[in-house]
Structures are given as structure tokens and as C-alpha cells.
Write a protein that binds this ligand. Structure first.
Ligand code: AMP
Length: 306
């Protein structure tokens, strides 16, 4: 079972306390697709401009990502400029240039329209809705967004949220979207928009999953080396959806395992700049870190007499 992802493919300029990168490969769909490609077949729909380097296309192809839905149009590639301070949990956006995304209308190739798993990565919610209209009902639709769209297009965004099964956002976005500071109350409000599962990413503090009747909490992997948190959220979503699509098990137990695979992928991605860590990652390393997660979070239950 493969995944269709629609989102941004970008040239990022990023500054962290440990270094700077100018016009490096980025974008929500790029991180997602690369991460998911470790688990399943991925097809990507996005647009780039004339300036997008051929070497990035070769890299995505080397991950076996189906790029028939990636169009190149006259103009410049979407460009995002951001900075992180010593608190690596929060990116400060310095500049967002939509460029070729300003006129982009995603067209889903007919051969992708019956995808079982669809991920609406962070793009304009109106474009996300366009995509939902073009696909036959997938088994699972998941989506992401960010503060930029919550403040500029809240109504469009709420409509998309009503159409998806799983929403994956960070804690600040959850609070902003629900206008509610308490995260548990915030989750209740967001679930009332019609989404069945809400996954709230909390940077180095891990992930919380909410459904109507359950809460699941996973820590982030404690790392000594965090170099560039850009794309951690999309890499999480890629590992999460990739594992779900690989097993086809969308029960709560399957979703919990997928959350750990997502956390594993995000933990690798932040170790190096841009997507560099994902360029030399093996499946063996992914499994080893999954096992470390299991060991790290294990604790005994209460004894019968307690
Ligand atoms: P993350 O750190 O997982 O939230 O994702 C970072 C990626 O999102 C960067 O590579 C950016 O290119 C991309 N990005 C930033 N702002 C936007 C936006 N407004 N729309 C779509 N993608 C964006």
C-alpha cells in the first residue's frame, strides 16, 4: 500500500546556533516523502521552479519516490527562511516566498487517485481541499498545517480538518487553532471539528495522541546532538504514515507503533542539516532505535497485591 503526498518542495535558508544553510533542500513534502520512503512506495505531487537543482530531483529518485506528479513551471521555487535560537523547539519564520505555489493548482494524476493513504502536508488549506476532492476515498487521510495558515485561512483550514482522519500538528499550532491554552481542552475542541485522531508534536518533549476515548504519550528520543530541527514534524509524519501504509494496520495499537516509528525518524533527521541524515540512514539503524525506544519507556505494572 503506497502513499500519496501533496505539499511543498522548497529551497530553505536556515540558521541554527550551530550553522547556516543557504538554499538547501527543504519543504514539507520533501521531508515527508524521504522519511516515508524507508517504509513504503511514495508518490509526490508538488511544484518547483526553474531554479530547482537537478541534483535534488536525482536524490528524490534515488529514494524511489514517484515524481510523475512533480511539475516544474516558470518562476522560482517556494522559499522559506527560518531561524532557531538555543530553544530548538520553535522556528522563527523570517521569510516565506510562495513563488510558484502562488498559482499552483495540484492535479492528481489519474493513476494516483485511488491511493489508500493520503498525506496533505503543510500547504495552503484551499489546495489541500482541492486534493481531497480529486481522490477517491482513501483508507486514511492525514494532514498537517502551520501558524501561517491558521492565521491567514482559518475557515478553509477547519473545513479540511473536518475531512481528514488524522491531524498532525505541534502544540503551539493546537493552542492557536483552538484558542485554548490547555492542551487537553484544546484537543477536545479540535476533535469536535470532525477529525478522529489528533497527534500533537511537542518537539523535544515528544508526542501526545488524542482520540475521543484515549490518550497516548510518547517521549522524544533523548539526543546529545541536535543540529537542525527543520523538517522534524514532516519527518515524523513520514515515518508515521509510512509504517501505517506498510502494515495496513490502522488499529489503535498499530497507530501507537507508527507514532514510535515517526519519532525514530524525526530523531535521526535533527542530527544533521537539512535532509543530510536521511541520505545515509539504514533500516537497521531505524529498527535499533525503535528497540531503544521500547526499552526506554518500559516500566512494570502494579503487582496484584499493591
Ligand atoms: P517542519 O520543521 O516539519 O515544520 O517543516 C519545515 C519545512 O516546511 C521547511 O522545509 C519549509 O520549506 C516548509 N514550510 C515552511 N513554511 C511553509 C508554508 N507556509 N507552507 C508550506 N511549507 C512550508
Amino acid at each position: 500500500m503506497g502513499i500519496l503526498v501533496v505539499g511543498s518542495v522548497a529551497l530553505d535558508s536556515v540558521e541554527t546556533p550551530f550553522g547556516v544553510g543557504e538554499n538547501v533542500l527543504g519543504g514539507s513534502a520533501t521531508y515527508f516523502a524521504t522519511s516515508a520512503s524507508y517504509f513504503t512506495d511514495v508518490s509526490l505531487v508538488a511544484v518547483v521552479g526553474e531554479d530547482f537543482p537537478e541534483e535534488h530531483i536525482s536524490f528524490l529518485k534515488s529514494r524511489n519516490i514517484d515524481l510523475r506528479g512533480l511539475t516544474r513551471t516558470p518562476g522560482k521555487t517556494f522559499a522559506w527562511k527560518g531561524r532557531y535560537g538555543f530553544d530548538l523547539n520553535e522556528a522563527q519564520t523570517l521569510e516565506t516566498r510562495l513563488n510558484v505555489f502562488e498559482t499552483f493548482k495540484p492535479t492528481i494524476p489519474t493513476e494516483y487517485a485511488d491511493a489508500d493513504f493520503l498525506f496533505l502536508a503543510n500547504i495552503d488549506p484551499d489546495l489541500q481541499m482541492d486534493v481531497v476532492r480529486q481522490v477517491k476515498r482513501p483508507r486514511i487521510i492525514a494532514s498537517d498545517t502551520m501558524n501561517y495558515w491558521i492565521s491567514s485561512k482559518p475557515e478553509s483550514l477547519k473545513k479540511v480538518i473536518g475531512e481528514v482522519d488524522i491531524l498532525i500538528i505541534n502544540d503551539a499550532e493546537a493552542r492557536q487553532l483552538s484558542q485554548e491554552p490547555n492542551l487537553v481542552k484544546s484537543a477536545r475542541k479540535i476533535l469536535s471539528l470532525g477529525v478522529k485522531t489528533l497527534i500533537v508534536k511537542r518537539g523535544e518533549y515528544g508526542v501526545l495522541m488524542f482520540t475521543d476515548s484515549t490518550i497516548f504519550a510518547a517521549p522524544a528520543y533523548p539526543l546529545e546532538k541536535v543540529f537542525d530541527p527543520t523538517g522534524a514534524g514532516d519527518t515524523f509524519a513520514g515515518g508515521f504514515m509510512g509504517y501505517l501504509a506498510n502494515t495496513g494496520n490502522v488499529s489503535e495499537a498499530g497507530i501507537r507503533q507508527a507514532i514510535i516509528f515517526g519519532s525514530v525518524m524525526a530523531s535521526f533527521n535533527v542530527e544533521e542539516f537539512s535532509l543530510d541524515r536521511l541520505r545515509h540512514l539504514s533500516y537497521r539503524e531505524i529498527e535499533d532505535r525503535y528497540r531503544s525506544f521500547k526499552a526506554m519507556t518500559h516500566f512494570e505494572g502494579l503487582s496484584e497485591s499493591a
